[in-house]
Design a protein. Structure first.
Length: 254
């Protein structure tokens, strides 16, 4: 008679033949190994997120230029080399922070939208929510000129796909709020990013607060302030996109 072993007697499972025990042991060991990998992946993801949270806090404290991976390692409680296990370069870390802030800002902005908004109300909501996020705009301004130049191409492609998805999400809400077609709303959203970068550049000059300035200089500075500059141009673009889709009287009867 073939030798019979009773696997896991304490659980009263059915007997299996000795030749089957090796297979069972192999399967059990595989499940254990998978579970270990899953737990390790979860722990790695948690550690990575903790690093990102510490990085954003550090960024908000010191800004882009003064941001230090060495200081981040100290704040995160890890050695500097560990940071590069999660992010291959300083710029890849910033790219990830940008993606997080883009998604966060999108959610906040959409929360401010309502049916049948005016172009101006829409523009002000976009500007104010973008400025309120201390991470989003500073990284957006540096994205194409600095950050993306020191990131591996596969990671850059992944980031572009994140951007595409968020444009679609915001465009859908914009379409409802401004009564635009999907294509029109997508054009508006893409243009807004370019305008934000340009408008914020108007605020990069030296601070002249508390300085005695002549009226003409004060008027000049006010005319280039980022918010009114942004809002005016957004309204013009939205109305222009609407006008392109609306046939003129001559077109109607031609």
């Amino acid at each position: 008679m073939t030798t019979v072993s009773y696997i896991l007697e304490a659980t009263c499972l059915r007997p299996v033949e000795q030749t089957g025990k090796k297979q069972l042991d192999t399967n059990v060991n595989s499940v254990v190994a998978i579970n270990r990998r899953a737990r390790s992946a979860e722990q790695k993801a948690q550690r990575r997120q903790a690093v990102l949270e510490a990085a954003e806090t550090h960024f908000l404290d010191v800004g882009y230029e003064a941001f230090s991976m060495t200081q981040l390692a100290k704040k995160s409680g890890v050695v500097k080399g560990t940071l590069y296990l999660y992010f291959k370069t300083r710029e890849e870390l910033f790219l990830t922070l940008y993606e997080q802030s883009l998604i966060r800002w999108s959610q906040v902005f959409i929360g401010y939208l309502s049916d049948s908004m005016t172009s101006e109300t829409y523009a002000r909501a976009l500007y104010n929510t973008a400025v309120a996020d201390g991470t989003f705009l500073p990284l957006l301004i540096r994205l194409e000129h600095v950050i993306e130049h020191n990131v591996a191409i596969p990671r850059l492609i992944e980031s572009k796909r994140v951007f595409i998805r968020q444009v679609e999400v915001v465009a859908k809400a914009t379409s409802t709020s401004l009564k635009l077609s999907k294509a029109q709303a997508t054009e508006v959203v893409k243009t807004m990013g370019v305008l934000l970068i340009g408008a914020m550049g108007a605020d990069q000059g030296p601070s002249l607060v508390n300085e005695e300035l002549t009226d003409d200089v004060q008027d000049l500075i006010a005319s280039f302030a980022s918010e009114p500059l942004f809002v005016r141009n957004v309204v013009r673009i939205i109305e222009g996109i609407r006008a392109e889709a609306t046939p003129t009287s001559s077109q109607k009867f031609s």
